[in-house]
Ligand binder design. Structure first.
Ligand code: FAD
Length: 510
């Protein structure tokens, strides 16, 4: 890599490594405060841990047992903020926790939930209540023998879309967001960072200069330290694998379950993508390449067995229609068991040759906005403060409507009566008011172009390329949407061909 020292105007204020929820959340907050920002993601946005979560915007009931009160309080109060600002992709949910003989006593569950309800920030979400599983609909799919249950509130988010909407807003506020750009070297000279990047598609290398670097590489945070940064003390992250299985819908009501296991862990069963139930997760230390993580047979069997302890229907590996696995980039607090390692985030700041570097360890999707605010304080201390916190009351792109996503879907159908109900709902729950950009002035389905299956049209693909950095069928089928689960995966080749052509034409005319 070559290049002279840059002129002052070519030096970006902040360079962010990593396009997960944390990197994109920080880029958005910083751009909104007037900093110049550049973000590089080596693969697709949210291709790391941020599309592989249980997808809960939650306080983390379980963390109370580990006395993580700071984290739980902050996370609880974030639930309604994230919901308010992204009502298209965040939805309130009720969770049913069955009391199980021989595990945590009922008084402990009741006390935990009382604290959970009152620790902070719950205004709209309904409170905990005790239910009789022998008569409540939530008891129906469960084995006989469970009589007492506790029902409480948390929220659910489309995690991959949360990332992309933060990236979109960051870019709308002036940030440069680039995907398929791997950061390969990071060196400081006289207070300026020189960052080397490689284009994953063309192999072309280029350089950027910045006053401050944010290492938001999630599970790769230590690898960035070891490799591109050649850092002295890289070993702070504890990689903990967590996997989920997806099976055909196990029950008809809209409640989720939180089940206690005999090994003291808990697992969730959540209605997913209308036709499915999502079951997870596991907790096991992981030593391999974070990019190659995959569910093991042992994890599949564990999740099937744990769910089968509760559901009348026996669930086996043959029922699994899809599975995914991710790596939690936890701060290594030297806890003995993986499930006990802190879920809180830690920001380490330092200066190398006069240039500030901020590394992030841990964190939850739930608290990404607060992590960004904490980061912006450190950025202010590093290169001078600008602006003030602003994201608490700022809707994410498409989130500027009142009522629920279902209400908004009805409004869309009133504007575009040709839209099938299911498609209107999916567009409302994915894009909110930005669905109007996809639909344009179309007056019939055929005006949205070819349908690649499950209602995925050319108009939507064009939008995803132009506004959401989509480049491959995988980006579209498994991250921007989950249409891969609904049959559109069989069109992956045709989608790839369409996208390739679209991107080529876009590059030629740019
Ligand atoms: P990532 O999303 O991994 O982003 C880091 C990015 O950096 C990656 O996209 C990677 O490609 C990129 N990168 C790495 N190296 C380079 C390089 N050299 N150049 C350029 N880019 C690079 N949280 C919740 O709040 N609720 C939940 O229900 C929940 N459930 C979870 C369940 C599981 C199984 C797991 C694993 C996590 C869960 N989490 C949950 C936690 C949450 O998902 C993570 O804390 C969060 O996604 C981490 O985001 P991140 O941006 O730090 O990392």
């Amino acid at each position: 890599m070559t290049g002279d020292a840059p002129a002052g105007r070519d030096i970006t204020d902040i360079f962010v490594i990593g396009g997960g929820v944390n990197g994109c959340g920080i880029a958005r907050d910083a751009a909104g405060r007037g900093y110049t920002v550049r973000l590089a993601e080596m693969n697709d946005l949210a291709s790391g841990t941020s599309s592989r979560a249980t997808k809960l915007i939650h306080g983390g009931l379980r963390y109370l047992e580990y006395y993580e009160f700071r984290l739980v309080r902050e996370a609880l109060s974030e639930r309604e903020i994230v919901w308010r600002n992204a009502p298209h992709i965040v939805h309130p949910l009720r969770f049913v926790l069955p009391y199980a003989k021989g595990l945590r006593p009922a008084w402990m569950l009741r006390t935990g939930l009382f604290i959970y309800d009152h620790l902070g920030g719950r205004e709209k979400l309904p409170a905990t209540r005790t239910i009789d599983l022998r008569s409540a609909p939530a008891g129906k799919p469960l084995k006989p023998g469970f009589s007492t249950g506790f029902e409480y509130s948390d929220c659910w988010v489309d995690d991959a879309r949360l990332v992309v909407l933060n990236a979109r807003d960051a870019a709308d506020r002036g940030a440069i967001v680039e995907t398929r750009r791997e950061v390969v070297s990071v060196r400081a000279t006289d207070g300026v960072w020189r960052i080397g990047m490689r284009d994953a598609e063309t192999g072309r290398e280029e350089e950027a200069f910045a006053r401050l670097v944010v290492n938001a590489a999630g599970p790769w945070v230590d690898r960035i330290m070891e490799g591109p940064l050649a850092h002295r003390e890289p070993h702070h992250v504890r990689l903990v694998q967590g996997s989920h299985i997806v099976v055909r819908k196990l029950y008809d009501h809209d409640r989720c379950y939180i089940f206690q296991n005999a090994d003291n862990r808990i697992i969730f069963a959540i209605p997913y993508e209308q036709d499915f139930t999502l079951i997870g997760t596991t907790d096991r230390d992981y030593a391999g390449d974070p990019g190659a993580v995959a569910i093991t047979d042992e994890e599949t069997r564990y999740l099937c067995a744990a769910a089968s302890e509760y559901f009348t229907r026996e669930i086996g590996p043959a029922d699994v229609v899809w599975a995914y696995s991710g790596v939690r980039p936890l701060y290594d607090d030297h806890a003995t068991a993986a499930q006990e390692a802190t879920r809180d985030y830690v920001i380490e700041d330092e200066k190398i040759d006069g240039a500030p570097l901020l590394n992030i360890f841990g964190g939850k999707i739930t608290t990404y906005r607060r992590l960004a605010e904490a980061m912006l304080e450190k950025i202010g201390a590093g290169i001078g403060a600008r602006g003030a916190p602003w994201t608490e009351d700022a809707p994410l792109p498409g989130g500027d409507f009142s009522g629920s996503a279902e209400d908004f879907a009805n409004r869309l159908r009133a504007e575009k009566p040709f839209l099938p109900e299911a498609l209107a709902l999916r567009l409302a729950r994915s894009y909110g008011t930005l669905a109007r950009e996809i639909l344009g002035d179309a007056k019939s389905m055929s005006e949205l172009g070819r349908d690649f299956g499950a209602g995925l049209t050319e108009a939507e693909l064009d939008y995803l390329v132009a506004r959401e950095w989509a480049r491959t069928a995988e980006d579209v089928l498994w991250r921007r949407t989950k249409l891969g689960l609904h049959g559109a995966a069989s069109s992956a080749e045709a989608i790839d061909a369409y996208l390739k052509n679209k991107i080529k034409v876009g590059t030629e005319t740019a």
